[in-house]
Design a binder for this molecule. Structure first.
Ligand code: G3P
Length: 221
């Protein structure tokens, strides 16, 4: 399973990309509004930093509007993917855009049926929102798991992005379910690196190494 970062924050993207652990970025209007910068120039900046798919969301509510917005966003850089909400106008727009070779990430997906529809219109990616399903008392991971199973049965090429990840366990569960990608917020990527036994182990190794240096230097004297 590949990892993307779910943020529009340039510093967070640069930091995680420099570790070599992320291979794409997803943004949404909420994440972009947190940064308070011009949307198109932020997307261009992110696309120049990360050599991988960068999802930028279209906000029009009509198929014509979405198609126009998508064409403009896709022209910014070859790695731009257009995030389009799951709704009738979004499906119609995706159907047109995928035939043009513009990659679409169908977002705000909360059911297996919605994921099946995203596949019919040739979406390159589908984003089930795991955390938001949990928030309303459903099992986001169970729905993700069912989407993976059905896509496998029919050899559907649309890649599944496990989105709305709220904790490190969601990442593990997404991988076990067979998601192609998990898009993970910065803090959770940081938490994935850490383990108390790793910290204790590093501290002990450094202490023992120092002890060895002291012993060998006193022998030399
Ligand atoms: O980018 C879409 C998704 O990951 C949003 O997550 O935490 O706002 O439900 P959240």
């Amino acid at each position: 399973m590949k990892l993307f970062i779910d943020t529009a924050n340039i510093d967070q993207i640069k930091e995680m990309y420099s570790l070599g652990i992320i291979s794409g970025v997803t943004t949404n209007p909420t994440l972009c509004s947190k940064e308070g910068k011009d949307f198109k120039s932020s997307i261009a900046e992110i696309a120049a930093i990360v050599d991988g798919p960068i999802s930028a969301e279209a906000i029009s509510m009509t198929r014509e509007g979405i198609i126009q917005e998508a064409r403009e966003l896709a022209a910014i850089a070859p790695n731009i993917v257009i995030k389009i909400p799951m709704m009738e106008e979004g499906l119609a727009a995706t159907s047109v855009l995928s035939k043009e070779g513009i990659k679409v990430n169908m977002t705000l997906v909360f059911s297996v049926n919605q994921a099946l529809l995203a596949a019919q219109v040739g979406a390159a990616y589908v984003s089930p929102f795991v955390g938001r399903l949990d928030d309303i008392g459903h099992s986001g991971i169970e729905i993700l798991d069912n989407i993976v199973t059905i896509y496998d049965i029919y050899d559907i090429k649309t890649e599944i992005i496990s989105a709305s990840i709220r904790n490190p366990l969601h990442v593990v569960q997404s991988a076990l379910a067979g998601a192609h990608i998990a898009t993970v917020p910065y803090d959770i990527l940081k938490a994935m690196v850490k383990h108390p036994l790793t910290d204790i182990g590093i501290e002990r190794f450094l202490k023992d190494w120092k002890k060895l240096q002291e012993t060998t230097s006193s022998i030399r004297k």
